[in-house]
Design a binder for this molecule. Structure first.
Ligand code: PHE
Length: 323
């Protein structure tokens, strides 16, 4: 492999005629981009004999570091704006996009409904201990239901391992341990899971609800959720409660709504499991509770007719302006 001796001089020469930012990036890509001599040569290394490969790799690394330094120094020392961009102050002002993000709008609409029913909003922790995210919610260590939540752990070795919470249900435990029953709590916030496709994101938003009181039944839960969904979508809806499983509710259900001819899952819910009440020192003979957790992006996709969940976070103004 022939490494040209004057690559550095050539780069310096090209940089000396750079007049604006776009020229700079063109030159940088010519010397360091995918099709640059350096990158193509790295790809060719595999065809060399082992001894030659080591030498060539060393030389290429050195060259790449030098080029990186040259381009970094150049970029740090030049102020393209003052050099080339002339601001025409006579042009009309561009309309700026203002208003809340669609996910914030939907979250606010959810809060509005439940706050009117006297649920108190409570903001929880996004970095959480295993105890609040799993253990106290009746997911013992090694419980298979943890698998579905496989997530981002901060420190798996220590006894109090931290993780990015996988659901807002951690706030149920905080509020039950910190407040005496009766409790009517609502908690919006971000949650994290190892998931990524057109309908799932590794970070998304949930709103948790919890009611603990005497004489609370599944009928109360069903009634409030149906009424909420019809408020949210502003119309009568086909809604079904499908039996499901969560370690922290019993019985548990998933709620689906019919859109066109498909049933789409929008939230999980159930009656608070007696073990969870016990873990939070609440007398489970006297009090019952219901809980629910809804995915805000899912509701927003249905509300606005968005097909790809990633659109919400691509910072594409053309998309946001339509909403
Ligand atoms: N935490 C559950 C989830 O993220 C949803 C849920 C909340 C289910 C409260 C039941 C009760 O999937």
């Amino acid at each position: 492999m022939q490494i040209p001796k004057d690559l550095i001089e050539e780069a310096l020469r090209s940089l000396s005629s750079v007049a604006n930012e776009s020229d700079f990036f063109k030159v940088r890509s010519q010397f360091l981009g995918k099709k640059s001599f350096i990158q193509l040569s790295f790809k060719e290394l595999k065809n060399l004999d082992p001894e030659k490969k080591v030498l060539a790799a060393k030389e290429l690394n050195l060259l790449r570091n030098q080029l990186n330094n040259i381009f970094r120094d150049f970029q740090e020392n030049i102020n393209f704006n003052s050099a080339v961009d002339i601001i025409d102050t006579s042009l009309p002002v561009q309309d700026s996009v203002s208003g809340a993000h669609p996910i914030s709008k939907c979250t606010n609409k959810i809060l509005e409904y439940f706050e009117n029913l006297n649920f108190k909003t409570f903001y929880g922790n996004e970095i959480e201990t295993d105890f609040y995210n799993f253990e106290a919610l009746n997911f013992p260590k090694n419980h298979p239901a943890r698998q579905m939540h496989d997530t981002f752990y901060v420190d798996t070795q220590s006894k109090d391992s931290y993780l990015l919470r996988t659901h807002t249900s951690n706030t149920q435990i905080h509020s039950m341990l910190e407040h005496a029953a009766p409790i009517y709590m609502l908690s919006p916030g971000r949650v994290y899971r190892c998931d990524s496709d057109t309908t799932h994101l590794p970070m998304f938003t949930q709103v948790e609800g919890l009611a603990v009181d005497v004489d609370i039944s599944f009928a109360d839960l069903k009634g409030i959720l149906i009424d909420f969904l019809e408020f949210f979508f502003n119309k009568k809806m086909d809604i079904r409660f499908r039996p499901s499983y969560f370690p922290f509710t019993e019985p548990s259900a998933e709620v689906d709504i019919k859109f066109d001819s498909d049933w789409l899952e929008v939230l999980g819910c159930g009656m608070v499991h007696p073990n969870v009440l016990k873990n939070c020192n609440i007398d489970h003979h006297k009090f019952q509770g219901y809980a629910f957790g809804m995915g805000v992006e899912r509701l927003a996709m249905l509300y606005y007719g968005v097909k790809d969940i990633r659109d919400f976070y691509s910072s594409n103004l053309e998309f946001l302006e339509q909403i």
